[in-house]
Design a protein around this ligand. Structure first.
Ligand code: ATP
Ligand code: MG
Length: 285
């Protein structure tokens, strides 16, 4: 794997991704997806070999499937960086990001299921009574979260709260675009026997044009819950194509205090295989 090209300096490290900038290329960010894996808000050891490259290739594939403006920068706009980008890297336009995580759910699961059990609704969206964990919703719902500063938990919010945060026009555009992308992506995944249960998008405004632009990673197994449709039919609603294997192992071997234990090689390999399987199923590659 090639390294980050010369002249790009690290300026931000999230739990999973590293962002680089270059004085010579104002307005561009090099986003590098690492092999780090996080669960229960901890970064675990060791990483999953190949994960960063796999998830980046999945993002790029989805950007190409979706008919919506995205943040990918043409490589020829940065000639020296374009020559040898690592497979885990994406060259993007720096956007003015909206502080909203645009979550869409087609199925009830995870934090949505927890909230529904308490209130019968998710992020202010009222749902029919009597739903079970993993049930398909009558139609996809938009359940935004506020993007908390580093180290704090993102917080589920109502649509009305997003209007206060970003204004009525942008809030409506974020919601409508998120739902439209979710529907399009679900249909594509379904044809391949994969259920897109839920996902999270991030958007920004293009600083030059103000255009609403899809950013971040998109529809990867870090940002989305995917299920095998055939297994789902048989009643299995937990075999997701993500780090579920890691989460299950940790839940059984760690009491969530102190430093998490090191992942065994077998768990690492099974997780890597799961990421590969999702990409093969979706993209046919
Ligand atoms: P976490 O580890 O909880 O995910 P994080 O979201 O801050 O924290 P990353 O997802 O690793 O960390 O980092 C990606 C960051 O880059 C996010 O803050 C995201 O909003 C931002 N981002 C994504 N696309 C763009 C873009 N085109 N322009 C500017 N910032 C972007
Ligand atoms: Mg993030």
């Amino acid at each position: 794997m090639s390294a980050v090209p010369e002249g790009w300096t690290l300026f931000y490290s999230g739990k999973v991704r590293d962002l680089y900038r270059s004085d010579e290329h104002e307005g561009r960010v090099l986003m590098v997806a690492s092999d780090r894996v996080s669960a229960f808000d901890h970064v675990l050891e060791p990483g999953i070999p190949g994960k960063g490259a796999l998830l980046t290739s999945l993002s790029l594939w989805w950007f190409a499937q979706l008919d919506v403006p995205n943040h990918l920068a043409p490589h020829d706009s940065v000639p020296d960086a374009a020559t040898e980008l690592p497979a885990s890297a994406m060259l993007v336009t720096t956007l003015d990001m909206y502080p909203v995580e645009c979550v869409v759910r087609g199925y009830l699961s995870g934090s949505g299921w927890l909230e529904y059990q308490q209130s019968g609704s998710v992020c202010g969206v009222q749902l029919p009574a009597g739903l079970n964990d993993g049930d398909r919703l009558p139609e996809p719902i938009y359940t935004p979260a506020w993007k908390a500063p580093l180290g704090e938990h993102d917080e589920n919010i109502t649509f009305e709260r997003t209007v206060e945060l970003v204004g009525a026009e942008a809030a409506a555009a974020l919601r409508d675009t998120s739902l439209a992308i979710f529907r399009a992506a679900s249909a594509i995944a379904e044809k391949r026997g994969i259920i897109l249960a839920d996902t999270k998008f991030e958007f920004g405004a293009d600083p030059a044009t103000g255009e609403l632009t899809l950013a971040d990673e998109v529809l990867t197994s870090d940002s989305s819950r995917y299920w095998d449709a055939a297994l789902y039919e048989t009643g299995n609603r937990t075999a997701s194509f993500d780090k579920q294997i890691v989460r299950d192992w940790l839940a059984a071997h760690w009491d969530k205090t102190g430093t998490p234990p090191e992942l065994p090689a077998e768990i690492v390999e099974r997780t890597a295989a799961r990421y590969r399987e999702l990409i093969e199923r979706l993209t046919g590659a």
